[in-house]
Ligand binder design. Structure first.
Ligand code: B3K
Ligand code: ZN
Length: 876
């Protein structure tokens, strides 16, 4: 067998044949589903009349194929494992085929598969080719009519995209439903669901007065977990009308929850399919974070109806066209619905930890890659989150009004088409007159740009000289980088007044908060009429996805922490201050020197805790130390033990110094109001729980009592889970073990709560974790075939920095064993799971060797193209 080969963006050719209308009939059976397809096909006028028809198809058993009613003899076509090739076809014709597939043995969860006995589909990106022979590419768009035939008892509900047009009873206990979707769509948006489902129904009146029926389909026991998703959907529909002028376009919108799903959810036209973890919530079973996540994902999939479905991608290299834009849209929606500064802090915090790591590793790729082996490997933080940051920069460069005009133009001009990133950015340039040529490099250049900044105040001339130098480190396949267009939003905060000073650049008054444009390798900006010495506040609101280095003193940072008018940068100043202290402590740990806590951090925290800060949500974020993963990102060589020890030392020192303040905050933020996922309540719970986190760092007796009471009160899952986690992660096994046991027994029937139960245990810092993982893999609630379980147990263990990176290599070996097993069952999940091993360059030599050994062991297996691509890059 030869190695899988990449496809290249530069090889793109428009399709020679279009499918204008697709009719499908599914006769469902777990082991032998029959799929009949009738495809109305037309040759493109500019295509060669000799062009063969090439249809994708994988793991299909072909029963018959005919053109215009004439069955094709064997000699008329060629069949391989991947394509059906017909050399000679007319200009316009009807292709009929019948295939057999086996949903019950589909463990890859791509195409048509069964989850808990229910039939469902996942076609993006290239899953439709596992359903029928078809030109499985997004630039082929057809209207669809779908007939689903199933067993009336086991599949009373039969769903597909669009509008229901007919249903009826057949012989032998079978029944059928017919669905029609009038909007032309690529086959990746096709969906079918059949099973014993129950619905919750609501409605939404659109801005033009149309009534849309909204349905949420779940298994019976989950009917009480749908309220929040439904409310979120309605908010999202209203938001897209108000903010983007986008109205829904069918009379019915359905969401289905399934337990076995590779990703969060899928935006199939009119029939979104969701991982149950991304849609089901109840105060007793889901945390605040889950409530917010569900709201964001429901909105994200809904927003795709325009940014993705009505206007779709020409090819999969353009994936960020729909994903980056849609993530940006859902981020803004969540910011408008909840606390905007906290949303930004959390998004950036995650981005700087996880996307920066991706951009610095062997799988780094541009937002628009120029080649790939397996597209499912490119549903990444770069395509999604960095893509969203780039759209956000466009919004900031143009201003909202021009950005909105550009968005309107894009949707109008390209409605019903499959387009490219140039088409999107082109609309933005057209409406605004902005020159975005250099900006386009953000789409083709991988790696995180770094800005080295320094500034000098010239008292004599009342000038501030700010020099910014940019460089983007080499990434695989891209040794040389060009300068990018980087918008730096900034202010100068006067050290006497504590106020933002007016920015005057080349005689022009820019206001107190302005964007300067770094476009060259190095630029110096001279601000004039600067009446007092300032501290610069740079990259406000994280105005560009870059690393910014500025030689701030701890005094500067303590000053910005209290005086910066930008909430994001106030938070960031606190993070930077903590990082300086952590760096010293990491060095002390490595050198075996006694650790000493920086009192400036303690005093900064004291100010926060006792000050008049009214925004509890932001306060809770400011009291949160950088995560071990984020700290690791900042180190040249990651020393997991030193990082853990240093962070624990800071946590404990703060707890000792500010114990009474934490107790006071904890007590002041108790509440027995009925649970609601409102921003106010969430803020209060976050603040209360972060205070408890500190108290538990020193296993304070009162803190332990708070935990026990909070756990036992069972008021809501946010509080219960937080208390349980703190207990389990402490050394008080005498209290933790019974609590964990009670929790596991109470929720044994609820898979989503059991996911949390797994994660809590395998993220504890104690050294017994590896044994626990092995033990829990045998637990009846665990299944390697369920992606949520794999993420909750194995994925969470691989995030447990001290235990996964054990020096005996057993953590790595365990992960590799699971990857090898999953490679056969579910290549998409296997390829994601291997990620932590691919980051071996970041560690000490001993660990590097151990991690590489496991990658080599994986590489010796017969690999799916998914895992092959990742491992090959990691070992290159
Ligand atoms: N568009 C889907 C992606 C599913 C792809 C899985 N291989 C989810 C989303 O971004 O909305
Ligand atoms: Zn998406």
């Amino acid at each position: 067998m030869s190695d899988p080969q990449p496809v290249y963006l530069s090889d793109y050719q428009p399709p020679a044949y279009q499918v204008t209308h697709t009719e499908l009939t599914f006769d469902l059976d777990p082991a032998a589903t029959r799929v009949k397809a009738r495809l109305h096909i037309e040759r493109h006028p500019s295509a060669d009349s000799q062009a063969p028809l090439v249809l994708n198809g994988e793991q299909l058993t072909l029963i018959s194929v005919a053109i215009d009613g004439n069955s094709l003899p064997d000699a008329a076509y060629q069949l391989t494992d991947e394509v059906l090739h017909i050399a000679d076809v007319p200009e316009a014709f009807m292709l009929e085929s019948e295939v057999e597939i086996a949903p019950s043995s589909n463990t890859a969860l791509e195409g048509l598969y069964q989850s808990n006995g229910m039939y469902c589909t996942q076609c993006e990106a290239e899953g439709f080719r596992r359903i029928t022979y078809y030109p499985d590419r997004p630039d082929v768009m057809a209207t669809f009519k779908v007939t689903v035939i199933g067993n009336a008892t086991s599949e009373p509900v039969l769903l597909a995209n669009g509008n229901p047009i007919n249903q009826g009873v057949l012989e032998n206990g079978r029944h059928f439903a017919i669905w029609e979707d009038p909007h032309p769509k690529p086959c990746y948006l096709f969906a079918l669901v059949a099973g014993n489902l129950h619905k919750v129904e609501d409605s939404f009146e659109t801005v033009s007065g149309r009534n849309v029926t909204l349905q949420l389909w779940v298994e019976q026991e989950n009917l009480d977990k749908t309220e929040h998703a439904m409310a979120s959907l309605k908010r999202a529909m209203a938001w897209d009308e108000q903010v983007y002028g986008r109205e829904y376009d069918l009379d019915l919108f359905m969401i289905v929850a399934v337990n076995d799903f590779n990703m969060g959810a899928m935006e199939n036209k009119g029939l979104n399919i969701f991982n149950s973890a991304a849609v089901l919530t109840h105060p007793n079973t889901a945390t605040d974070a889950t409530f917010q996540n569900v709201e964001g994902i429901v909105a994200h999939e809904y927003f795709h109806n325009w940014s993705g479905n009505r206007v779709t991608c020409r090819d999969w290299f353009q994936l960020s066209l729909k994903e980056g834009f849609t993530v940006f849209r859902d981020q803004c929606f969540s910011a408008d619905t909840n606390s905007a500064p906290v949303k930004r802090i959390q998004d950036v915090s995650f981005f700087r930890t996880a996307q920066f790591a991706e951009d610095a590793g062997p799988t780094a790729h541009p937002i628009r890659p120029d080649h790939f082996i397996e597209i499912t490997n490119f549903y990444t933080l770069t395509i999604y989150e960095k893509g969203a940051e780039v759209v956000r920069m466009l919004r900031n460069l143009l201003g909202w009004e021009d950005f909105r005009r550009g968005s309107d133009l894009y949707f109008e001009r390209f409605d019903g088409q499959a387009v490219t990133i140039e088409d999107f950015v082109g609309c933005m340039a057209e409406v605004s007159g902005a020159d975005l040529n250099q900006f386009m490099r953000w789409y083709s250049q991988a790696g995180t740009p770094e800005i080295d900044a320094h500034g000098e105040y010239d008292y004599a001339h009342a000038e501030y000289h700010l020099t910014l130098r940019q460089r983007t480190p080499a990434t695989p396949g891209q040794p040389e980088k060009l300068p990018l267009h980087i918008p730096v939003r900034m202010g100068l905060v006067g050290t006497k007044s504590g106020q933002d000073l007016t920015l005057t650049l080349s005689g022009e008054k820019l206001g107190k908060d302005a964007v300067i444009h770094l476009t060259d390798d190095e630029q110096t900006f001279v601000f004039t009429d600067v009446a007092e010495a300032p501290v610069p506040s740079l990259l406000r609101d994280f105005s560009a996805p870059v690393k910014l280095h500025f030689p701030y003193s701890r005094e500067d940072l303590a000053f910005l922490l209290t005086h910066d008018s930008d909430g994001f940068n106030r938070w960031d100043a606190g993070q930077r201050l903590a990082m300086l202290a952590l760096d010293d402590l990491i060095a002390a740990h490595r050198n075996g020197v006694e650790k000493v806590m920086d009192t400036r951090v303690v005093e900064a925290f004291r100010t926060l805790l006792t000050g008049a800060m009214s925004d509890k949500a932001v306060l809770a974020e400011m009291l949160t130390l950088p995560s071990e993963a984020y700290i690791a990102e900042q180190q040249p060589i990651v020393d997991v033990d030193a990082i853990h020890a240093a962070r624990e030392f800071v946590r404990q020192s703060l707890a000792v110094a500010l114990r009474d303040e934490f107790v006071a905050v904890y007590k002041a933020n108790q509440s027995d109001e009925p649970y609601a996922p409102t921003p106010e309540q969430i803020a209060q719970r976050s603040l209360k729980n972060i205070a408890l986190t500190y108290l538990m760092a020193i296993e304070d007796e009162e803190g332990i009592a708070f935990c026990e009471t909070q756990f036992a009160a069972e008021h809501n899952m946010t509080d219960v889970r937080h208390a349980l986690t703190l207990l389990v992660h402490s050394d008080r096994d005498d209290i933790a073990s019974p609590a964990l046991k009670a929790f596991g027994e109470k929720w044994a029937h609820d898979p989503l709560v059991m996911d949390q139960w797994f994660t809590i245990q395998v993220s504890r810092p104690q050294s017994d974790v590896l044994d626990r993982v092995q033990y829990l893999m045998q637990h009846p609630a665990f299944s390697i075939k369920n992606p949520n379980k794999v993420r909750a147990l194995i994925g969470a263990f691989a995030q447990n920095r001290v235990n996964f990176h054990r020096l005996d290599g057993k953590g790595y070996a365990l992960l590799a064993d699971v990857v090898i097993e999953l490679n056969r069952l579910n290549p998409e999940i296997a390829a994601r799971l291997v990620t932590p091993l691919t980051r071996w360059q970041r560690f000490d030599e001993e660990r590097q060797q151990l991690m590489r050994d496991e990658l080599v062991r994986i590489k010796q297996e017969p690999l799916s193209s998914n895992v092959f691509e990742v491992v090959e890059k990691a070992l290159a």
